[in-house]
Design a protein. Structure first.
Length: 148
């Protein structure tokens, strides 16, 4: 029996793949649990269209990430911090602080979980941060920590 998998099934295949399975396994396990659907001509055409649509959406998201990365590379984010005696910072600068300042200064809304610091920011001056916008696209930008 040929079926189109709707989800990844261990030792059978991955989602949107057309596989040949035993008749009983397909009818008694995969179909009732909505893990697969029968591979009729209409379902096969729909599955191919779904794969093409998903590929197009992934390409669009990657293109948007590349454009955003080009914008971010040109930016230097200024983060004001409180300074104590002997020019020591209270705490350190986190990706949350950088994301907030990035949104305030440029209007670019990037999730704090996508911003990664090469080293912990525990002092004043220029530091490098990386924005991971897509699994294949990352942009480095400068973070200027100043007394504020």
């Amino acid at each position: 029996m040929k079926v189109i998998l709707l989800q990844d099934v261990k030792s059978v295949g991955i989602a949107n793949e057309i596989v040949e399975v035993a008749e009983g396994y397909g009818r008694n396990f995969l179909l009732p649990r909505k893990l697969a659907k029968e591979a009729t001509a209409a379902n096969i055409n729909q599955a191919k269209a779904d794969v093409a649509t998903a590929a197009h959406h992934a390409a669009v998201r990657k293109d948007e990430a590349v454009v955003l990365a080009a914008q971010i590379k040109k930016i230097t984010v200024t983060v004001p911090v409180k300074i104590g005696t002997n020019d020591k910072m209270y705490g350190n600068v986190t990706s949350k602080d950088i994301a907030e300042q990035l949104k305030q200064q440029t209007g670019l809304d990037i999730d704090k979980r996508k911003i990664e610091l090469k080293t912990p920011v525990k002092g004043l001056g220029l530091h490098t941060a990386i924005a991971k916008l897509h699994p294949d696209v990352a942009a480095e930008f400068q973070v200027n920590v100043v007394a504020g």
